[in-house]
Ligand binder design. Sequence first.
Ligand code: UDP
Length: 250
Amino acid sequence: MSEGDSNAKQRPDGRAADQLRAVNFKNNIAPYATGSTLIEWGDTRVICSATVEESVPRWMKMQNVEGGWLTAEYSMLPYSTLDRKSRDISRGKIDGRSQEIQRLIGRSMRAAVDMIQLGSRTIWIDCDVLQADGGTRTASITGGYVALSLALAKLQADGLLKCDPIISPVAAVSVGVVGGVPILDLPYVEDVAAEVDMNLVMNGEGEFIELQGTGEKNTFDDTELATMLAHGRKGIGELLDLQKAAIAEG
Ligand code: UDP
């Protein structure tokens, strides 16, 4: 019996320890964006879009920085959570958590693209959470990459880009420790119970772009970390395959 099988009964949705929730992409959900997809990851759903602007931020012009720029915004729609979450605009300030997440999405997306090859333009990655059930930041990154790829393909088809500026695909997944067991891809019910909570962002070469890990309720040791990373690596491999298939569909 594999480790996954022995833990299957312990997870609320019956998944093995190293099993992802079902992940699907519905492309072109926002037709006016240059590229878009709705990523459905278990009960977490995020609209990800990539919009191209044929200009670069002022600071790039002032500092004579060559190439393009890519930036991200993240927001939870008011009805994406069980208790209504008011919009940032109603509160008059951006939520600290949203700011942290959108910076993570931006850094992750920039790791996927050669900014010189992108040319003198800006890509906005907008991630709007339709339904939140854990892992909204990892869904935003994984879906954001699909939206970005669709937008870059459109720029190439329109003759605005001569070659593909993608350096390597990027995907993200959560791992954690619940009840002493390292597990992959935590929904909300596991996230709130987790002793350790970690998000991994990786590229197609199996390299890390970012690790965010916290012993929320407990410390963790090398063995647990190694198991979380192994689960994460397996999950990322599967996500990269799903992204590739979604991008090929166009
Ligand atoms: N969550 C929520 N309201 C909030 C923030 C979070 O309901 O204002 C829930 C939501 O299901 C989210 C989960 O808590 O997915 C975990 O939040 P976390 O900050 O760990 O980010 P995520 O796992 O979504 O990347």
